[in-house]
Design a protein around this ligand. Structure first.
Ligand SMILES: C[S@@+](CC[C@H](N)C(=O)[O-])C[C@H]1O[C@@H](n2cnc3c(N)ncnc32)[C@H](O)[C@@H]1O
Length: 226
């Protein structure tokens, strides 16, 4: 059985409304670059002249991804999104703005992480992942012990991960994972550090919907690799 079929689904939908003819053409034209490579690949080959590699997992429609790419032209930014409409929409904006330091994939972030070399990422973002609030669905949450281990393996020592959610239970789950992992360090700068959006945060579409049961929570943690 292919690896993809064995992975538990972390999102409820992969396709929304039908793509417009223009979006379908974009998808066809960029099918190869949107697809996660099947074999190990050094992410530096996707960019020229970048000094760091960042990854955003589940970027939705890409407001944050595109914003970070605009703000950091010297950083090679990878975005991966399962939802086809979001990936194509972000690709469309990337092409329109000719953002050369961005590589967009459509697919499962866990598969992308698997093909990256160890110690290749400087920074990661998981922003407002699908909350799966019902207890029987918690197993579908993207951030879990296994994914954290994969992230640690692919991160350079000293890399940073930003996790944000507006679901209290998911925030507690993340904090507990970070707290108990010897290679993850969370150093709050103030008593309400986690409730204050970081200075370089770019609000996301999902965040703006305020669907959660608490105010947005942000954890910026340091990863010491593995
Ligand atoms: C709740 S949305 C938030 C989107 C965006 N981060 C925002 O804040 O607007 C979560 C996104 O993660 C994507 N996602 C879920 N599991 C994923 C996975 N394994 N790999 C890549 N993307 C995933 C979903 O398709 C969805 O678009």
């Amino acid at each position: 059985m292919p690896e993809t079929q064995r992975k538990i689904q972390t999102t409820g939908r992969q396709r929304g409304r039908k793509l417009s003819p223009r979006q379908q053409a974009l998808r066809a034209e960029h099918a190869d670059s949107l697809r996660v490579p099947a074999t190990p690949t050094d992410p530096r080959t996707w960019f020229s002249h970048v000094n760091e590699i960042w990854l955003e997992i589940g970027f939705g429609t890409g407001e944050h991804l595109l914003g970070q790419a605009r703000a950091h032209p010297q950083v090679g930014i990878i975005g991966i999104e399962m939802f086809e409409d979001g990936a194509i929409k972000a690709l469309d904006s990337q092409l329109e703005e000719a953002l050369k330091n961005l590589h967009i994939f459509q697919g499962d972030a866990r598969e992308l992480l698997e093909i990256l070399p160890n110690h290749s990422l400087d920074r990661l973002f998981i922003l407002f992942p699908d909350p799966w609030p019902k207890a029987r669905h918690h197993k579908r949450r993207l951030l879990n012990a296994e994914v954290l281990e994969l992230i640690l393996a692919k991160s350079k020592p000293g890399a940073r991960l930003r996790f944000a959610t507006d679901w209290a239970d998911y925030a507690n789950q993340a904090l507990s994972l970070f707290d108990h992992h010897p290679r993850v360090t969370w150093q709050p700068h103030s008593a309400d550090d986690w409730r204050t959006p970081p200075a370089d945060h770019i609000p996301t579409r999902y965040q703006d919907k305020n669907l959660g049961d608490c105010a947005p929570v942000f954890f910026d943690v340091s990863l010491s690799g593995s």
